[in-house]
Design a protein around this ligand. Structure first.
Ligand SMILES: [Zn+2]
Length: 231
């Protein structure tokens, strides 16, 4: 097994998940699955990309695919990305000033559970920023149970209990995905990575079988601009 992003053969444990974190680029099983889906897109030097909270391994690969001026990386805390000194500040709760039709591809993974405002606002504006044929490629962590959210000061312990981490403001539930996010976005009825990649490809990239199917922490969503129902 080999990291399909950086080529490293060594993997470290990630909490209870054994041998999933690439020793060299830090990719996780979901990052490597996201890269498989990214490689299916026709990215050229003209492709305008917005990459939120950029992963280091993906950043190194994407910047070789598109023109530097077309690759925007951004986060609420740009200083956290020393490998990307050009990282811009973006506040996903304050997007009105970002132009419409600006990006052919918007990428993010495990970002939306951190965003402390109405998630419909953020999703509406991200889709508004996409070009007509643009793609929103993202991983939204779905956890067992139903959607839950809290903006009150409930403390770390309660936040970890309800949302899985002390800086999460919500959990996306796999049980009511179509009653919640499905009211905003035209979502697929199911996710099965083996319809897109062979088991051999997935195993070679050290993407374990528990990431292949269903709505879970590594499900890759590939959405078009018009999949946002409010637009
Ligand atoms: Zn790697």
């Amino acid at each position: 097994m080999r990291c399909n992003i950086c080529g490293c053969y060594e993997f470290l444990d990630m909490n209870s998940r054994k041998s999933v974190r690439c020793k060299k680029c830090g990719s996780l099983e979901r990052t490597r699955l996201l890269w498989l889906y990214l490689q299916r897109l026709e990215i050229s030097k003209n492709t305008r990309i917005l990459h939120l909270a950029p992963e280091r391994g993906l950043y190194d690969r994407i910047k070789t695919l598109t023109d530097k001026s077309n690759y925007v990386v951004a986060d609420i805390n740009p200083k956290a990305y020393s490998f990307a000194p050009e990282c811009k500040k973006i506040d996903l709760c304050d997007l009105e000033d970002w132009p419409s039709f600006e990006f052919d591809l918007i990428i993010h993974s495990h970002v939306l559970e951190h965003v402390p405002c109405n998630i419909a606002y953020t999703l509406f504006h991200l889709h508004r920023m996409l070009s007509n044929n643009g793609t929103h490629l993202c991983i939204i962590p779905f956890m067992p149970g139903k959607y839950d959210e809290c903006f009150q000061d409930i403390g770390d312990h309660e936040r970890i209990r309800r949302f899985g981490q002390n800086d999460h403001v919500r959990r996306f539930g796999s049980d009511d995905i179509h009653a919640h996010l499905g009211k905003l976005l035209k979502l697929p009825s199911k996710f099965d990575a083996t319809e897109d990649f062979s088991p051999k490809t997935l195993i070679e990239a050290n993407i374990p079988e528990n990431h292949w199917r269903g709505f879970h922490i590594g499900t890759v969503l590939s959405l078009k601009r018009q999949d946002m129902v409010l637009l």
